[in-house]
Structure formats: structure tokens, C-alpha cells
Ligand binder design. Sequence first.
Ligand code: SAM
Length: 213
Amino acid sequence: MNEKEQRHLMVERQIAARGIRDQAVLDAMRDVPRERFVAEHLAEFAYDDTPLGIEEGQTISQPYIVALMAEALELTPTSRVLEVGAGSGYATAVMSHLADAVYAIERHELLAHNAGVRLRNLGYGNVQIRHGDGTLGWAEHAPYDAIAVAAGGPDVPRSLLQQLAVGGRLVMPVGPDERVQELVRVRRLSEERYEREYLGRVSFVPLIGADGW
Ligand code: SAM
């Protein structure tokens, strides 16, 4: 089976079968070459139903979790997105299909650099990546219609709540344990009011930073 066929099977068996219905998300997952976001020796596992190791002891997220978060963010072609924890850049690429612009922050310089090179080589032009502490957000491009946090923290960082547009959605793994969290969606209802929903248990690497662990 070639990679395109593997991606189609991945979407059918791992993603659509688990209830992801947003056609744009399913199309994006069929399009992004996950094998290009992992080391060569892991490329044969790129369409397995699992996270995989990347540099700096971090992970590329499980495809289903990337799709679940993208769907929960309710992205549209006009969305401005902030991603905290770009890692390999895989979820950045998926969201770049679904949004107008994606601003991604990664705390490991090497990962930020590699993700930036990869996304450029693959032609993702509506993405900017920088190295830094994403718990402080990226004020320059705020407010964001959607914020994806791909690492687990004790609570949602204040700066991220402030940088979310009214009507915007933020999705993040939250909980007192550094390895197991609840995936939370926060919706900003007004300047002052936020609503929280719980989307299920997940396991992410820790969010390390001024307003993380
Ligand atoms: N979605 C990514 C992918 O598909 O490759 C996976 C990201 S990995 C699960 C989480 C990333 O968050 C790691 O690369 C980690 O270095 C990063 N991270 C942790 N704390 C951070 C922070 N405060 N700011 C930015 N990135 C952070």
C-alpha cells in the first residue's frame, strides 16, 4: 500500500470510525504526509494509531487526537489560530488546511527550527513558527479565533484566555497529573465569561513554562 492509501485507511479506521464527522478535518488528515514529520526510521509506522517519538524526548500526537482537537476548535477558512507546542509541525500542517493563518510556538529551539523547515519544504505558506514559551501566548497576532494547546498543564494559562477572541474556542489537556489529563474546550462567551466542556481523558507531554508546570 502506498502512503496515500495508508492515509485513507487511517482516516476510515482510526478517525471517522471514532466519530469525527467534520469533512474538512477528514480531508486534511487524508492530505498531510505524516511520514514527513517523523525520523526516517519511523516512517513505516507513520500511519499507526499511536503517538511516535520525535527529538528532545517529545512526541508527534496520535492522528485521532490531532483530528479530535481540530474538530473541537471549529475551524473555518477565516480562522486565525494559535498553536502552543508545535512539536513536529504535523498538527500545524493539518490546521493550516482548515484555517486562514496558524501561529505556532514551540519551547525547544531544535523542534521549532525543524518544524519550520519541514512546513516550508512542504509548501505550507500560511504558517509561522517561533521558538518560545507558549504559556504566554503570542500577543502580536491576538485575538485568536482558536487556540490549540498540545501539552498538558495544571490549568489554562491566563494569557491564552486573554488572547482568545470573543466567540473563540481553546482546546487543551488540563489536570493535576503531569501525564494524564482531561481534554477541555473553553469557549469565550463575552469579555468576562468563559464556558468549559470536558471532551475526555488524554495523555500528553507536560506543558513547561511560566504558566505551566
Ligand atoms: N502536535 C504536535 C505534533 O503533532 O507533532 C505534538 C506536540 S507534543 C505532544 C507537545 C509539544 O509541546 C512538545 O514539542 C513540547 O516541547 C511543547 N511544549 C511544552 N511546553 C511548551 C511551552 N510552554 N511552549 C511551547 N511549547 C511547549
